[in-house]
Design a protein around this ligand. Sequence first.
Ligand SMILES: Cc1ncc(COP(=O)(O)O)c(C=O)c1O
Length: 388
Amino acid sequence: MTGFFDVQAIRALFPVAEKMTYLDSGFQAPMSGPVKAALETFIRESYETAGPKSIWLDRLENTRRKVAALLNADETEIAFTKNTSEAMNVAANALPLRAGDNVLLIEGDHPNNAYAFLNLTKKGVDVRFVPMAETVDAESFRPYVDARTRAISMSYVTFHAGHCFDIESVGAFCKERNLYFVLDIMQAVGVVPIDAKKIGATFIGSGTHKGLLVPQGLGLLYWDRTRVELEPAYLATISLEHPPADLIARANNMALARTAGRFEIGNFNLPAAHALGAALDLIGGIGVQNIQSHCFELGDRLIAGLDKLGVRLVGPRDRARRAPHIYVAALPAGEWLDYLASKQVRVSPERDGVRISLGMFNTSADIDRFLNVVGERAVAVRKSSRAA
Ligand SMILES: Cc1ncc(COP(=O)(O)O)c(C=O)c1O
């Protein structure tokens, strides 16, 4: 544990952690005190004065700067979206893809990433799936690239087994082969450090309700601002370089903003953006590296405990290949979920078991409680089968 990580002080900001063993941040982060306070401020302002909107927009721009800092991007490279899916769809439809071009995805990756591209098959774009493996890197894609390959799109961290793929090698490969690179960081952001420049991504999309700690309904899009050829499929006043002051639309005024604002449409989810500002202050005060180390340590404890119980870990074990905070135990969800819920243990059902996903507020006591609850049932089942 790093000396700077005061988990008890952090935990005190997340009251849900005292009400249950919350191991489900990969589904939805529980609300913290600072996020609640930001939302309450917005509600009070809205209730009492209905604004002023200029202050609300200043706060939104402040949040944009914080997002940019988190991703090592420029603030002009960040757009707000509704969620990951919208970011992925904006990206997919901005790429200059023609009939006969192909895009490479990973088999079994998150469907919200895949559908954005599968939807382009009706324009004649070919979507090819590369096998999912414990590690995905440049070499995973190389055999599938041909003269008509234009893009690779993938998740950094998988939701269903906690793989953490080698995206820097994929980014370098995309550069070498002149491919666009679209990355979904929904399960990584806030826990795994992200450096958009090092990755070399064209677009990065995410929602904010997991590692970024806000309620659902706000997403992010990073756009590499050197890629000025990439244009939005949709257009609104705020997408323009010079929004008309008289609010009259003219066909001769459609130059796109030179910022990622070109991908934004209409008014914003202001309360969520304000909440995100508070969440990013919290995350920034602790440090993503420290959150990552904390989760890795809890994960090591979980893996050791599962080994003792004889329960298989579904995803990668090795720190170099696994996400710090997402683990799937091979406990059939149909048999285990209700039992765990009855013991106030909150996890998610997954393809191959139950998913234990960690947040900054989890402690070793949460891990031990999960293991004890699983162990107690396993012992009871063994006893009753001996008696039968
Ligand atoms: C990798 C990944 N992408 C996307 C999503 C969700 O997409 P959206 O933010 O559009 O709901 C999830 C989980 O909810 C996810 O795990």
